[in-house]
Design a protein around this ligand. Structure first.
Ligand code: SF4
Length: 250
């Protein structure tokens, strides 16, 4: 039986915008561990986390292993991930005893490409991300009240507008961003200090890793996310782009 099916059915409403604003003012300068402790106390077991096994997410997994290892964590297994990423899932399981759940689209890559006459990622990446990430994500987070994300403010302009705790209208969840104020240096210092597992592709010129068809190594001087959907205007898969709405708490 999966963790999802074990989760209680009754779900209370999330925090009000006023409560989120109050919590933000209290947690804004707290440590990631303090923010995670608050999230666990407030939402567990209705607390989940999506991870692509990036360095930031792995830091949070390390912290959760000490704070509450039963927090549900899942990976959007699009079928296009690097083998190094899939192997990292196993290394994390060995290290922490945390089995990150794979959440998959309805169709395998073969079925999907057959239906569309070939892969969509070269010419319709938004559609491909929608079908293979967003739709499965919506299904995976049903019944949860909050999700943890590993975004940092300095990664993209949109992420720069995020708050430590915010309402995510797209997925109808409270979103908790414990590493929001960390820099890349903070992340790697934590990884090295605590021997946190990380994707070996980071040592081969891939600072940001998604699906293999849409990720390339970056050159010296390029932005860390320059290797994601290189050559297109696309910068995000859509998981962390908040649709700004009145009273959203961000
Ligand atoms: S990152 Fe590329 S391959 Fe992965 S879901 Fe998005 S478009 Fe498809």
């Amino acid at each position: 039986m999966s963790i999802l099916s074990e989760r209680p059915e009754v779900v209370e409403p999330p925090l009000t915008p006023e409560q989120i604003a109050t919590v933000c003012s209290i947690l804004d300068q707290k440590s990631p561990q303090d923010i995670l402790r608050w999230a666990v106390a407030e939402f567990f077991p209705y607390l989940t986390m999506a991870t692509a096994f990036g360095p930031e997410g792995n830091c949070i997994i390390h912290m959760l292993a000490e704070i509450e290892p039963r927090v549900h964590i899942f990976n959007l297994e699009t079928g296009y991930q690097f083998k190094e990423t899939l192997e990292l899932r196993e290394r994390i399981k060995e290290r922490y005893g945390i089995a990150v759940e794979y959440v998959r689209p309805d169709m395998t890559v073969a079925e999907y490409e057959q239906e569309h006459g070939g892969p969509l990622h070269p010419h319709r990446p938004d559609q491909c991300c929608h079908n293979r990430k967003i739709v499965p994500l919506r299904r995976a987070v049903q019944g949860y009240r909050a999700w943890i994300s590993a975004i940092r403010k300095d990664q993209t302009a949109d992420r720069g507008q995020a708050s430590v705790v915010q309402w995510d209208p797209k997925f109808q969840l409270v979103k908790v961003n414990p590493l929001l104020y960390w820099t890349k240096s903070d992340v790697w210092k934590f990884i090295l200090d605590h021997d946190v597992p990380y994707n070996p592709l980071h040592d081969q010129g891939y600072p940001s890793i998604g699906c293999w068809p849409c990720t390339r190594a970056v050159q010296n001087g390029e932005d860390d996310r320059a290797g994601r959907w290189a050559g297109s205007m696309k910068k995000e898969c859509g998981l962390h782009v908040i649709e700004h709405q009145g009273g959203s708490g961000i």
